[in-house]
Design a protein. Sequence first.
Length: 397
Amino acid sequence: MKILVINAGSSSLKYQLIQMETEEVIAKGGCERIGIAGGKLTHKAHGETYVVEQEMPTHTDAISLVLKMLVDKKAGCIASMDEIDAVGHRVVASGEAFKKTTLVDDKVMETMEEIAELAPLHNPAAILGVNACRAVMPGKKMALVFDTSFHATMPDYAYMYAVDYDDYKKYKVRRYGAHGTSHKYVSGEAAKYLKRDLKDLKIVTCHLGNGSSISAVKGGTCIDTSMGFTPLAGVPMGTRSGDIDYAAAEFIFRKRGMDLSEGLTYLNKKCGVLGVSGVSSDFRDLAAAKDAGNDRARLALDMFAYSCKKYIGAYMAALGGLDVIVFTAGIGENTPDVRRDVVSGLEAFGIELDEKKNNFKNDGAIHEIQKASSRVKILVIPTNEELVIARETAALL
Ligand code: ADP
């Protein structure tokens, strides 16, 4: 069985074609600058990289080009579109409308339009991607795989905000979380790696990338997560503020003469470690700046680690104990100093990092980085959101 995974953004689109029996990626690539001058497709298959520079005015043009590459005599890897058994689409937000992976039909797409405003930066792009695929591959089975599904198991007292209950009922304002496919994948992989039953494990998964979220996973289900109604909440991120007192935010907006929409853009794009450091949103740049003596870069990194540490502590309490901490995503997989700073000081809770093991060179494998005496396992697991989307799609068929 072959599944095509599509992750559509507003002006970009990433894809992977996965052979499900072996879970091997047969081809992958991305389209950039859809709807903007200078369209470009980068396609990787059988060890080669192919670049096509071509205008892609719409997502339908982009999908058509992707399919053309997949069946191309030289760059391709399948004889015809018929070899694709189904398409799995990544969708950021499901609201309360969808609790699990869902097969696409007209009714489902109508609901998708209705909930688009829940993730205005992301969901409309996913709709464009689905509609483009339906136009180019009529009749092909397609699934929507939601970043929020894994968090749908949170108890009400964890997902509710303490606002007027009618606002929750009427507007569905509550915590939904994000990065669910990643949290699901790494918690499952942790159990497999440890040869333990996932049902018996209490895990805190730290997805630390440009956007970061931390989840509490009990027996394989999510019981709490740091992101909220949108991916703005939780720990400070590359450019997002993370948790903040709303009165403080409103005070800044007023002082700077920003309206609410400008204020939200500010919190999403100009804050986080970029805002604090004034250097960069990229943790590699921050580490270099800190090493060169930049104290605001040091402060940004300290704030990030401290916030992650607090979430681990909170989730240890929510879980009623802790067996495993998992680090994943760009920062979690590649930055030993951040991992060290996040767990330092937690020794009293049985969390003991082995400095030497922590300093491994990333080779794409799972690494165990706790001391032999540590009660809690600390794992670094490369995430694979596309594989989860493909698995979920295959399972639905
Ligand atoms: P996104 O949320 O955009 O998927 P990533 O998970 O790719 O983000 O994480 C990006 C972050 O990971 C950046 O802050 C970057 O500095 C950090 N990082 C550190 N080392 C690496 C590396 N070797 N490769 C990629 N990202 C890295």
